[in-house]
Design a protein around this ligand. Structure first.
Ligand SMILES: Nc1ncnc2c1ncn2[C@@H]1O[C@H](COP(=O)(O)OP(=O)(O)OP(=O)(O)O)[C@@H](O)[C@H]1O
Length: 295
């Protein structure tokens, strides 16, 4: 029997136009395997509503056509459901797709969906809010709060924003209590919780993160001085930041974080949370279509 797939396209994601995507889907999606329907989001948060309806209507697959924000919104509706998440990455960073070896070229991503190689992956909870890939406190939470207000997407605008805000933003105090009772108190520029390896654009915050191991990694970054910035950036892009003296990494299943910082993000989407923030893994709570070389 054919599988029913709903494509949810975010027309605002990334910088390229999305008008030819329906044509590419009709050219390259295997119509022996799938019955396809296509919808465009009309506002922020619309993806979640459309995906919830698709679960209710018994769709086999919902394909998020967008960046990590779209994957976040749509994926949240598929947690603990029978409907499978697929991704055609058209965002600015596409960290989630890159982690799972989903090609960033649209035609190749559709051909990958045809293979239907499925894995069950972990998701995370920050108090009662879900995240799928990376959540963050401190500088990256601050940046996502600012970036979401910008009309223009794209990596150039993102880099300019990061440079501007770097000079304004200092370290925050964090108290972290892990599930095993260990407590650390520390100042950090950024504290990231990683279920997957990267933020997007191959910026590898946690190169060894495994979304199927029931664990997360906490990455604490001390503020680099201006001289250290190019080196730490190079290390993140090369997947070697864990070797830097500025970085500490902890693996855990459960933790509680207290911080005065008020900016947080879940998959790059700003979220508001109240202290202390309880972080928990929901093991294998989401089914996704992965790329052919993903383990
Ligand atoms: N029709 C729409 N109008 C305005 N905003 C939308 C619309 N559809 C979705 N959005 C919002 O756009 C935001 C950004 O989308 P998305 O993450 O897909 O792209 P991106 O930011 O360019 O990519 P990335 O997250 O990989 O950098 C999300 O918060 C999403 O909710």
């Amino acid at each position: 029997m054919k599988k029913r797939v709903l494509f949810i396209i975010n027309p605002k994601s990334g910088v390229s136009r999305k008008h030819n995507i329906p044509e590419l889907i009709s050219s390259y999606l295997d119509d022996v395997k799938f019955d396809a329907e296509i919808k465009f989001t009309k506002y922020s948060g619309h993806g979640y509503k459309l995906a919830k309806e698709a679960v209710h209507d018994g769709y086999d697959v919902v394909c998020a056509v967008g960046g990590d924000g779209s994957v976040h919104n749509i994926g949240m509706a598929l947690i603990n459901a029978d409907t499978i998440l697929a991704v055609i990455p058209t965002g600015s960073g596409n960290g989630y797709a890159r982690h799972f070896d989903i090609p960033v070229r649209i035609k190749q991503a559709i051909l990958t969906l045809n293979q239907m190689k499925i894995r069950q992956v972990d998701v995370g909870m920050l108090n009662h809010k879900y995240f799928l890939g990376v959540a963050g406190f401190g500088f990256d939470g601050h940046i996502s709060g600012k970036f979401v207000k910008r009309k223009k997407r794209g990596i150039r605008g993102y880099i300019l924003l990061v440079l501007k805000e770097y000079f304004r933003y200092g370290q925050q105090e964090f108290e972290i209590e892990f599930g095993n009772g260990r407590v650390i108190r520390q100042k950090a520029f950024m504290a990231s919780i990683a279920n997957i390896s990267e933020f997007g654009n191959s910026f590898r915050i946690s190169p060894f993160a495994d979304a199927q191991d029931g664990k997360f990694e906490l990455i604490l970054l001390r503020k680099p001085n201006l001289f250290q910035v190019p080196f730490i950036l190079r290390d993140f892009f090369k997947g070697k930041a864990h070797t830097s003296r500025l970085v500490q990494t902890f693996r855990f299943e459960e933790a509680k974080i207290s911080t005065k910082s008020s900016r947080f993000h879940a998959d790059g989407e700003p979220v508001s949370l109240s202290n202390p923030i309880k972080i928990r893994v929901q093991p294998k709570a989401l089914q996704i279509v992965v790329g052919e070389n993903y383990a």
